[in-house]
Write a protein that binds this ligand. Structure first.
Ligand code: C2O
Length: 334
């Protein structure tokens, strides 16, 4: 048998072009059509699989809700009555990094492209603040757009810039002011509120601990801030639970989820690259050795550990920055 092809480096890129945007800056974005087409084709291939396939769109979305809505208990650790929750604590960043890692490889396999990389929705710079164009049309080239989801807030996605501090109410401000607010929010999440390991990653959560509740002060700065705001902002306000993006159980059913989380994952990388004292991953063995189980691209179940996802180079992907200014919010102290 031939050895498996080594995976080439997956280059994640920004997507934010919008045809309808009249803002010159937004229109000036470079063309990412090829990457977008690949994501669209790969999601379509996932949707075309039989539903019970471990790689099907529905089963992949269910992984997310299984780890967050009481799908599992801590039975392996001897606490069968306590639920596992990977949100609202220091498991947030590593769990989602691994989840996207396998998701990306599965999509690559489905379109037979080992270099496939997830795009990222770069909502931390002004041109990236409207929702990326690829999610909007219902039909592309005569076929249903696999990236379209009907359960989204229509007004937000058609007319507005994302509000990274969205609390359920639209602010009556100009786009220009919204841009400035967003830049300060990123600064708040990565610098002011994320000054040390626990404030950035979230509080300790170990075997035997009950899940931490949303709203607790120990939820990490990005998770509690811009991350959740984007979820709520995209979700449909007419639906009871803000489906799809506005609720954990349904978020994975919107292809925006993975492109949003690709950027959330990038926030972890940027936070490190800021090079500020105190910006270090947890070193507690309970964090390092926490693990999850996923189906890989070969449909095999694998167990992966937090400690092995700290360095993304080892995971063979990286984020390509298209502008010299990697931290456009650096001077946006609120
Ligand atoms: Cu698992 Cu953005 O949530």
């Amino acid at each position: 048998m031939l050895p498996a092809q080594p995976w080439k480096k997956n280059q994640r890129i920004q997507v934010s072009e919008r045809k309808d945007n009249t803002d010159a800056m937004a229109r000036a974005c470079w063309d990412k059509r090829e990457q977008v087409d690949k994501y669209r084709r790969a999601i379509q291939a996932m949707r075309d699989l039989p539903e019970d396939h471990p790689h099907s769109f529905v089963n992949q979305a269910k992984i997310h809700c299984a780890y967050c809505n009481g799908g599992y208990t801590q039975v392996d650790n001897g606490f069968p009555d306590i639920e596992i929750q990977i949100h609202n604590s220091w498991l947030f960043f590593p769990f989602h990094r691994w989840y996207l890692y396998f998701y990306e490889r599965i999509l690559g396999k489905l379109i037979n492209d080992p270099t496939f990389a997830l795009p990222f929705w770069k909502w931390d710079e002004p041109v990236g603040m409207p929702i990326p164009e690829m999610f909007l049309p219902e039909v592309v080239n005569g076929k249903p757009n696999s990236l379209y989801d009907v359960y989204r807030d229509e007004i937000h996605i058609k007319q507005r810039l994302v509000d990274l501090d969205y609390d359920g109410n639209d602010k009556d401000i100009t786009n220009q002011t919204q841009v400035l607010c967003n830049l300060s929010t990123v600064y708040r999440d990565l610098v002011r509120n994320g000054a040390d390991t626990i404030s950035f990653f979230g509080g300790e959560y170990k075997a035997g601990n009950s899940p931490i509740k949303n709203g607790d002060p120990s939820v990490g700065s990005v998770e509690a801030g811009s991350h959740t705001a984007v979820h709520r902002w995209v979700g449909d306000r007419k639906k009871r639970n803000g489906e799809d993006m506005g609720n954990f159980y349904s978020a994975g059913y919107d292809p925006v989820f993975y492109i949003h989380h690709s950027n959330v994952d990038r926030m972890w990388k940027l936070w490190k690259e800021l090079g500020i004292k105190g910006h270090n991953e947890p070193t507690d063995p309970d964090w390092l050795n926490a693990s999850y189980v996923f189906y890989d691209e070969n449909e095999e179940l694998v167990r992966v550990y937090n400690k092995d996802c700290v360095n993304i180079r080892k995971l063979n992907y990286d984020f390509i920055e298209n502008s010299k200014e990697v931290f456009p919010w650096r001077k946006s102290r609120p």
